[in-house]
Design a binder for this molecule. Structure first.
Ligand code: HEM
Length: 407
């Protein structure tokens, strides 16, 4: 049978990927009229796929490893060797259990409350000022993340950490000088986190909370993890909690465009559907790449062991076969709708334990719901500014970072 995936015959599509950003995979699938195609990216063969079937193929069944799938620059900023992302099969499931065990109902509520505390403190201190919400949200979230993980830090250390974690997120897809600076900050951050873990183990710091739980976690053979590996996993909690700031900006943007929703949420309406629609539509993780662990057939295509495959997360969230008018922002679409594990994948899909789906998804949603209420209630003004979102920048953000004037 014929391979349904056509080939983009450009010598190399890297420039196109950097130019088209979030739309790269979708533009080609639309042009070919398929859900997949083959191309050369960074001088290597790649298969790009999108849609619900693609997401089930990518996430259901542990077919892909993340090892050797991302540019080494991205890996060094976002992942780290021997961390949960680098593991597969039983070892991954065991380590992932450590993360999922942290996500109890109490812990989720505490995460949201800590964010609310940090918000109120910040807003009280900066009353009447014009602020850039992106910077402010990062600082608030760094405070909340440290408190949530159980790591005490002075104001100065918190600020430094907010910068370090922020740079890792902003530059996850950069090369050159920006990458080098972020990499330098990442190294400093890892040294700090390793010291935190050693301090917990030696009783110089409290071991309450997730940082302590990780310091005490044992691998399947009963051994404690290396302090450096625990440090990387601690950063794997802190950094993405700070990254929720990007979603907070898109929340603010959508609330700004919809005063009626802002009013309804301020009056007590449940913000859940609004938050879900922000997660579905906001340009955050454009794609996730993996390498086939073994050969298999799927979507009519033969995937060979070692094949490099990229799933279009952004495009899958906007698949017109699953979402009516996918480009429109419509929170009502979530009313009474069950979401299956593969159709909405802003934070990955499939099963939390056996797949690489983001373990922080529930916490993200809870923090965003709290942020939606706090934003809706706060009587801020939005001065004229450039709120345009450039989809060739990954990750994307409104140009101004969302400036607002606090009451
Ligand atoms: C994995 C997105 C928040 C911790 C992932 C993945 C995505 C993602 C796309 C990769 C899935 C894959 O490899 O297939 C996001 C977004 C967030 C967010 C958009 C919003 C800010 C969080 C939070 C935490 C977290 C709050 C922790 C508290 C992790 C970890 C992994 C992961 C540890 C690796 C999981 C694994 O390999 O099994 N996330 N995430 N993330 N995320 Fe998140």
């Amino acid at each position: 049978t014929e391979d349904p995936f056509p080939r983009d015959d450009a010598f190399d599509t890297t420039p196109a990927f950097l130019r088209e950003g979030y739309l790269f995979v979708g533009n080609r699938c639309d042009r070919f009229g398929t859900d997949g195609f083959r191309a050369r990216l960074m001088l290597e063969e790649i298969t790009c796929i999108r849609g619900r079937e693609a997401s089930e193929l990518f996430y259901g069944g542990d077919r892909f490893t993340r090892q050797g799938a991302m540019p080494p620059t991205t890996v060094s900023l976002l992942q780290g060797k021997e961390s949960v992302q680098a593991l597969d099969g039983a070892a991954h499931e065991h380590r992932k259990g450590m993360f999922m065990a942290l996500m109890t109902e109490d812990a989720l509520a505490r995460g949201a409350d800590l964010f609310a505390d940090a918000w109120r403190e910040y807003v009280a201190k900066h009353a009447g000022e014009e602020i850039v919400l992106h910077d402010a949200a990062r600082l608030m979230l760094t405070r909340a993340a440290l408190a949530w993980t159980g790591v005490e830090a002075e104001d100065e250390a918190t600020r430094l950490l907010a910068t370090e974690l922020g740079e890792m997120i902003d530059n996850a897809a950069s090369f050159g000088p920006h990458y080098i600076k972020a990499r330098f900050l990442r190294e400093r951050c890892e040294r700090w986190a390793t010291e935190v873990i050693e301090d917990i183990r030696e009783g110089r710091r409290s071991g309450d909370g997730p940082a302590g739980a990780m310091a005490r976690h044992r691998d399947p053979t009963g051994e404690l993890l290396d302090a450096n590996v625990v440090a990387v996993e601690l950063i794997n909690l802190l950094r993405p909690m700070v990254a929720i700031g990007r979603y907070v900006i898109f929340l603010a943007l959508e609330l700004h465009r919809r005063p009626e929703w802002r009013r309804r949420i301020a009056e007590g309406a449940d913000p859940h559907a609004f938050v879900q629609e922000v997660r579905r539509t906001a340009p955050f993780f454009p794609v996730i790449a993996g390498r086939a662990r073994k050969s298999f057939e799927g979507m009519g295509h033969r995937f060979e062991e070692g094949d490099w495959v990229m799933l279009d997360l952004y495009g899958t969230n906007r698949d017109a076969r699953m979402w009516d008018a996918p480009e429109e922002f419509r929170p009502e679409r979530f009313d009474g709708r069950e979401i299956d594990p593969f159709e909405m994948v802003p934070q990955g899909g499939g099963d939390f334990l056996s797949d690489h789906r983001c373990p922080g998804e529930w916490l993200t949603i809870r923090v965003m719901e709290t942020a939606a209420r706090l934003l809706a209630e706060a009587g801020y003004e939005v001065p004229d500014q450039d709120l345009g979102v450039d989809l060739s920048k990954m990750p994307a953000l409104p140009a101004s970072g969302f400036v607002l004037r606090l009451p």
